[in-house]
Ligand binder design. Structure first.
Ligand code: SAM
Length: 300
């Protein structure tokens, strides 16, 4: 196998090297697994530098593919763990990660792997952990929500995702992108779009535009919420039918025809006009609203 002077294997983020590796291992990429591999070293550098890794930090990668990003993470971080679902890629990864003893691959479905014990075993000695990945697009949101809801000890999440999803995650109230995903992500993190990415940096090229987003994980939520499950229930309900008012959406979810007149004073107590739509209501307003609603419904 070709080796660079450092003892590390050759960088693989190029069209030629990617094609050669896939051909030699007899691999045909699976669209169903979101296999769009990165072939541009500049984009890889942008992703890795946004994560702010150093020799004391750990990185969890989801979907290493043939290891293009994994190699770059292993050069910067103390420890890299990469979870890959496609068993066919494991021998190939063994080859491309040869010479990177600080990188290891876990075979599994990230949505099923128990991440907390994995963190305890693999990242016990590092000063902080980032998730860094070019995510499989068919499960972007479930992956990010799993990472956030499990409250893993993460510093940040730097991921390539569909541009449209990145816009929704980072949206502010008032626009059509703002919705329950914006609120869920911003409850846990401060989002920042690092760069917009053209189709041409992938093999094969996806049909959608992409973006790298950095989610800086907050030490604590930006608002005081007593019952998180109920808070998110209220937020979901407010967006069930985006064209309806917040009054109508919440009335259908939490009241009957007979009891819905109770809702107006609750909205007023929270300082929200009943004629407003869910997309104009800020995270702070949802926090107060869920508190007032919980009290009125006898939940607190
Ligand atoms: N990191 C590589 C790169 O940037 O070139 C590959 C990224 S590709 C967009 C997504 C990768 O995620 C593929 O290798 C795919 O097999 C893997 N994958 C898909 N679903 C997965 C799952 N549920 N759990 C873990 N890996 C998954």
């Amino acid at each position: 196998m070709e080796k660079m002077q450092t003892g590390m294997t050759e960088d693989i983020a190029s069209p030629k090297r990617t094609k050669e590796l896939l051909q030699r291992h007899g691999l045909v990429l699976k669209k169903s697994l979101g296999q769009n591999f990165l072939i541009d070293p500049n984009i890889l550098n942008k992703i890795v530098s946004a994560a702010g890794l150093d020799a004391t930090k750990g990185a969890l990668e989801i979907g290493p593919g043939i290891g293009a990003l994994t190699q770059q993470l292993a050069k910067q971080a103390a420890r890299v763990v990469a979870i890959e679902i496609d068993q066919r890629l494991l021998p190939l990864l063994e080859e491309t990660l040869d010479g990177y003893p600080n990188a290891s691959v876990v075979h599994g479905d990230v949505l099923k792997v128990e991440l907390r014990p994995l963190f305890e075993q693999q990242f016990a000695d590092v000063s902080g952990v980032s998730v860094v990945a070019n995510l499989p697009y068919y499960i972007t949101t479930p992956i990010i929500m799993k990472l956030l809801e499990e409250k893993l000890p993460l510093e940040n999440i730097v991921v390539m995702i569909q541009k449209e999803v990145a816009d929704r995650m980072s949206a502010k109230p008032g626009g059509k992108e703002y919705g329950s995903l914006s609120i869920a992500v911003q409850y846990y993190c401060e989002p920042e779009i690092v760069t917009i990415v053209p189709h041409t940096v992938f093999v094969p090229q996806p049909n959608v535009d992409s973006a790298v987003i950095k989610l800086k994980v907050r030490k604590g939520p930006p608002v005081e919420v007593e019952d998180e499950a109920f808070f998110f229930d209220v937020v979901q309900a407010a967006f069930v039918q985006r064209r309806k008012t917040i009054y109508n959406n919440l009335a259908s979810r939490f009241f009957t025809k007979e009891t819905k007149q109770q809702l107006e004073p609750i909205l007023q107590e929270a300082g929200i006009e009943p004629s407003r739509r869910g997309e104009t209501v800020s995270i702070q307003e949802y926090a107060l609203l869920s508190k007032c609603l919980a009290k009125a419904l006898g939940r607190s």
